[in-house]
Design a protein around this ligand. Structure first.
Ligand code: ACO
Length: 319
């Protein structure tokens, strides 16, 4: 039996930091309101010259180094992003070129904030089938580009960043189980309802959200899919060492852990210092806890995503 295992992690946050007080200087909001409702204290904003592939490159280099994998050994690149550099080619192809390699399969996955979990499950399936041996799985976003900076209800929530893992074929799991779901009828909860047509933007280029609707939906499905994934792995919730839900806001994280019956000290929460980075949030949080020595080899980690679509999913992995 072939399994896939996370062999190394990496992440990148652009250097420019924007605090809640920076928003309060130009919008009718406050540090207290943002902290209390979201737990977010600051977020990182990419330089105008930086695209998702640039952030992905930094995170990928760190993950490749951590796993001792030369870039030319990678035979599959999957990038999860909703803020690609171009309409085409894919950000994965642009990343491949920036890594200085060619020939391996490369494509993007578009599942918004569930993107990393979708990409991980996709790469895991390829590795388990024996088709590939080493995959680079990345979540990279520049959500700052699709925000209406005058809309206080949305622009304070998000940030830019990237996270990556190297997934390697192994005789032991690794990834025990992944579960993915979607419900396209929930498009009205969260979207960027626009496109480019004949040189013009048709619709809106800005993120639109029903905040309370998203909150309720997210907590419900993160609970359900967490249970489904642990059950499919043939394990119990007590065997989970760490829960990494999509880092949307602290209240969603706390409510999810509570519903799943996972103790607060097992909950990975990094959203305070980078905001919601969409597809990058789970691998960013994973990398931070791996590098700080909290998540160690042998630990079981339940990673969960939820986002626009609506999409949601989870993966349970032994590190
Ligand atoms: N500063 C000050 N006041 C604000 C701000 C702000 N940044 N944003 C909204 N308000 C105001 C509203 O205008 C409203 O004012 P009103 O009563 O005069 O109309 C008031 O605050 C309450 O607004 P609500 O939307 O009811 O506030 P709520 O308590 O629901 O908090 C929030 C809003 C934080 C967005 C919450 O609904 C939430 O966390 N939702 C989840 C959304 C999320 O995480 N989205 C991320 C993308 S989806 C994903 O990643 C899965």
């Amino acid at each position: 039996m072939i399994y896939s295992r996370i062999a190394g992690t990496g992440s990148y946050l652009p250097p420019r930091v924007m605090t809640n007080d920076d928003f309060a200087k130009r919008l009718d909001t406050s540090d207290a309101w943002i902290r209390e409702r979201t737990g977010i204290v600051q977020r990182h904003i990419a330089d105008e010259a930086q695209c998702s592939s640039d952030l992905a490159l930094e995170a990928s280099r760190a993950a490749l180094q951590a796993s001792g994998t030369p870039a030319q050994d990678v035979d599959l690149i999957v990038v999860a992003t909703s803020t690609p550099d171009y309409i085409f080619p894919s950000t994965a192809c642009l990343l491949q070129a920036k890594l200085g390699v060619r020939g391996c399969a490369a494509f993007d996955v578009q599942a918004v904030c569930s993107g990393f979990v979708y990409a991980l499950a996709t790469a895991d399936t390829f590795l388990k089938s024996g088709q590939y041996r080493k995959a680079l799985v990345v979540g990279a976003e520049v959500f700052s580009r699709i925000l209406d900076w005058d809309d206080r209800a949305t622009c304070v929530l998000f940030g830019d960043g990237a996270g990556a893992v190297v997934l390697a074929a192994d005789s032991k799991p690794g990834i025990h189980a992944s579960v993915l779901h979607a419900d396209g009828s929930q498009v009205g909860l969260l979207s960027v309802p626009g496109n480019v047509c004949k040189g013009q933007i048709v619709g809106s280029p800005f993120l639109q959200m029903n905040g309370q609707g998203v909150f309720k939906f997210a907590v419900k499905v993160l609970d359900e899919v967490g249970r489904e994934t642990v059950s499919r792995a043939g394990m119990s919730m007590e065997e989970v060492d760490w829960l990494i839900p999509h880092q949307a806001n602290v209240r969603i994280l706390d409510a999810t852990a509570r519903k799943l019956g996972i103790a607060p000290e097992k909950l990975v929460s990094t959203v305070d210092h980078h905001g919601n980075t969409s597809a990058a949030s789970v691998p960013l949080a994973l990398d931070e806890f791996v590098r700080s020595g909290k998540i160690r080899p042998g630990h079981r980690v339940l990673m969960e995503g939820v986002g626009g679509g609506f999409t949601w999913g989870a993966s349970l992995a032994t590190m």
